[in-house]
Design a protein around this ligand. Structure first.
Ligand code: FMN
Length: 318
């Protein structure tokens, strides 16, 4: 029933992908998503070095025998990614996703392997480029999403059909999806899979997220996010707080990267998401926080979403 080109490509039961989540997507979450029938991923560049990545990959393998992926945000902090990719290849990882820059160099490292290549993009042109370079599928994130976004503020509802009409590889919809309704909406648009980020943070197996971060996602509304880093040409959606207010004030006053870097650093991110200090840092989140009301286990989340989606399907069949 959930067979699409995406579930076939990745050999998963449900075409539901857990997006890369900087500093949050480690073995526990990735394995829980894969064990529930989706595709879990570890976020490689959050790890200190390639050896740590190897350890994390081995940990996932102990927790699940299902397929999982490794996500690479390239270009982030300008950190070289090549040794991390080598580590993933040495560990036999068969699915990798990439975002944040031109994937050509990344793909050339995978030439001659059977690794399935997913690219997270935020615009039609980027999706076409990813296909040209050899992506097996594209994940497309609309403006509602958490974390880094496209520059043109195009919402998922408009972006997905546009991309579907312009590439022939399967399209995975991302941005603003948090339940079975969102999933069915994405399939109605022609997507063959979905990716979620924010929704997975408010789950039991996202063990690294501080309870206050999860509470903010559960209690917050769709009005509680804000786009930061726009002045740097890298718009990204975070929970609105005193930290992001200060940052936006500086951006509006014309501050450059040097002045802003303390406000957007990994350290500032970790202050909020690990230490639960909302006034001393920031936390990425999408507008979907407006519909997150609980902290289920990943398996409970999957069961609820599939049930809801299948009920919609039945209703449509009448
Ligand atoms: C906390 C957080 C961290 C993220 N880090 C990454 C990352 O390292 N790599 C990546 O490809 N995407 C990253 N993303 C984007 C997500 O994978 C996904 O595309 C996005 O969250 C989808 O929108 P949603 O939050 O509405 O589900 C991040 C998103 C969030 C919320």
């Amino acid at each position: 029933m959930w067979q699409t080109r995406v579930s076939e490509l990745l050999t998963i039961k449900y075409p539901i992908i857990q997006g890369g989540l900087a500093y949050l997507a480690y073995a526990e979450l990735a394995a829980a998503v894969s064990n529930s029938g989706g595709l879990g991923q570890i976020t490689a560049m959050s790890l200190k070095n390639p050896d740590e990545l190897k350890k994390e990959i081995r940990k996932v393998k102990q927790l699940t025998d299902k397929p999982f992926g490794v996500n690479f945000a390239i270009g982030q902090n300008g950190r070289p990614f090549e040794h991390f990719v080598e580590a993933a290849l040495e560990e036999g990882v068969s699915i990798m996703s990439v975002t944040g820059g031109n994937p050509a160099g990344f793909f050339s490292m995978l030439a001659g392997t059977n690794v399935k290549k997913l690219v997270l993009v935020a615009a039609k042109r980027q999706a076409q480029k990813a296909e040209e370079l050899g992506a097996d599928a594209v994940m497309v994130v609309g403006q509602e999403g958490g974390g880094h976004l496209g520059k043109n503020d195009i919402g998922t509802m408009v972006l997905i059909p546009q991309v579907i009409d312009s590439v022939s590889v399967p399209v995975i919809a991302s941005g603003g999806i948090g339940d079975g309704r969102g999933m069915m909406a994405a399939f109605s648009l022609g997507a063959e899979g979905i990716e979620m980020g924010t929704r997975f943070i408010a789950t039991k197996e996202c063990v690294h997220a501080h309870p206050l971060y999860k509470k903010a996602l559960i209690d917050g509304t769709e009005n509680d996010t804000v786009v930061i880093k726009r002045s740097l040409g890298a718009p990204a959606r975070a929970i609105s707080n005193s930290w992001t207010e200060k940052l936006i004030r500086l951006e509006k006053a014309g501050a450059g990267y040097e002045e802003l870097k303390e406000y957007i650093s990994g350290e500032a991110n970790k202050k909020y998401i690990y230490e639960g200090e909302p006034d001393k840092g920031f936390a990425w989140a999408g507008q979907v926080m407006g519909i997150i009301r609980d902290e289920p286990s990943v398996d409970e989340l999957f069961r609820e979403m599939i049930l809801e989606a299948e009920n919609i399907r039945k209703k449509w069949a009448l």
